[in-house]
Write a protein that binds this ligand. Structure first.
Ligand SMILES: Nc1ncnc2c1ncn2[C@@H]1O[C@H](COP(=O)(O)OP(=O)(O)OP(=O)(O)O)[C@@H](O)[C@H]1O
Length: 134
């Protein structure tokens, strides 16, 4: 870790902020440096629309406060957005439209824009017809 210059951490939004903070403190300690991560460049990858940290019996507030965005490290993060959906670009022919529609559906779900219906007392989202099964 003392010789390391770059850390790449995928699926970062699903980890507890304390995990990243402990790496920050460990690197500062090992490298005797007050710089962020002891001066090591850290690249975090992931999508906050996906899974957030698992907090046992955690309320919504506890889960949100465990998120990276609530870490003291977040204010120093430089955010870069990936804007091209490469997964969709790999499809050809009639599959393309279906895949684009599904990708747009996932974005609406992630952004909280897809309509929520109450079923059996639970908040639910209707899957598009081509992905739902009886
Ligand atoms: N630069 C690229 N050129 C062509 N295809 C790519 C490129 N980058 C990724 N892909 C393809 O896009 C698909 C998705 O890539 P990948 O799994 O890395 O995305 P991801 O954003 O990490 O997904 P997840 O949300 O599951 O973490 C894969 O099929 C991969 O081969």
């Amino acid at each position: 870790m003392m010789a390391c210059r770059l850390v790449v951490w995928d699926e970062a939004p699903m980890m507890h902020k304390h995990a990243l903070e402990s790496v920050d403190r460990t690197l500062r300690d090992l490298r005797t440096s007050d710089a962020l991560f002891g001066g090591v460049t850290v690249v975090l990858g992931g999508n906050f629309r996906q899974v957030l940290p698992v907090v046992r019996r955690g309320s919504r507030a506890k889960i949100v406060s465990a998120s990276l965005k609530y870490s003291y490290l977040w204010k120093d993060a430089k955010i870069h957005h990936l804007t091209k959906n490469m997964r969709v670009m790999g499809f050809e022919g009639s599959d393309v439209t279906e895949q684009i529609e599904f990708a747009e559906f996932l974005l609406r779900v992630g952004d909280g824009k897809e309509e929520i219906v109450i079923r059996h007392g639970l908040e639910s989202i209707c899957l598009p017809e081509n992905v739902s099964r009886d």
